[in-house]
Design a protein around this ligand. Structure first.
Ligand SMILES: [Zn+2]
Length: 177
């Protein structure tokens, strides 16, 4: 069902804020029209042409260029590569210092990107990763725990990249309606 949001809330699919008065789709909870699982709501929204995003979200944001896409991909791929190489035996201590810097900087980059995309929970998640790997106050854990955390970090960057790309697609779709 397409309706007007009676109050500000957050989208059940993407978690981004929905502003009071914005047209939304209701399906056991509020969804952005572009996020709705109900295809008839999306069709209704397009036909009625009342479809729009809240100004706060759209006005500040530019669509990614190919270069932006490459940067976002590289920021995920670089730490993943460094972490995969770390799982091979025989690295010097300096490799792990390098690893901390690589993951720390990439995680901070994703904090900034997720925050600007208003995906705040993801921003916090990458903030935790940045703290964990920060090279200034090294966290000391056993090798077994680090291996598990390294694997989890690889998954986090892969998932984070996918979420950023999906979010970008959604925003682009929104702008073109
Ligand atoms: Zn949404």
């Amino acid at each position: 069902m397409v309706m007007v949001a009676p109050d500000s809330c957050s989208c059940r699919r993407c978690g981004v804020v929905i502003e009071k008065g914005e047209h939304i789709s209701w399906a056991d909870g509020p969804y952005h029209l572009a996020c709705t699982p109900l295809s008839q709501d999306w069709e209704t929204a397009k036909a009625a042409k009342f479809y729009r995003q809240p100004a706060t979200q759209n006005a500040k944001r530019k669509a990614w260029s190919k270069g932006d896409f490459a940067i976002v991909a590289a920021v995920a791929a670089a730490p993943v590569l460094v972490l995969l190489v770390a799982m091979l035996p025989g690295h010097s201590y300096s490799y792990f210092v390098f690893l901390r810097w690589a993951v720390f900087i990439a995680a901070l980059g994703y904090v900034v990107q997720f925050y600007s995309d208003q995906l705040v929970r993801w921003a916090y998640g990458f903030g935790v990763i940045a703290l964990l790997y920060n090279p200034f106050f090294p966290v000391h854990l056993t090798r077994g725990i680090w291996l598990a955390l390294n694997a989890a970090t690889i998954v986090a960057f892969a998932a984070g990249f996918a979420v950023l790309v999906m979010n970008e697609r959604r925003m682009t779709k929104v702008r073109r309606v």
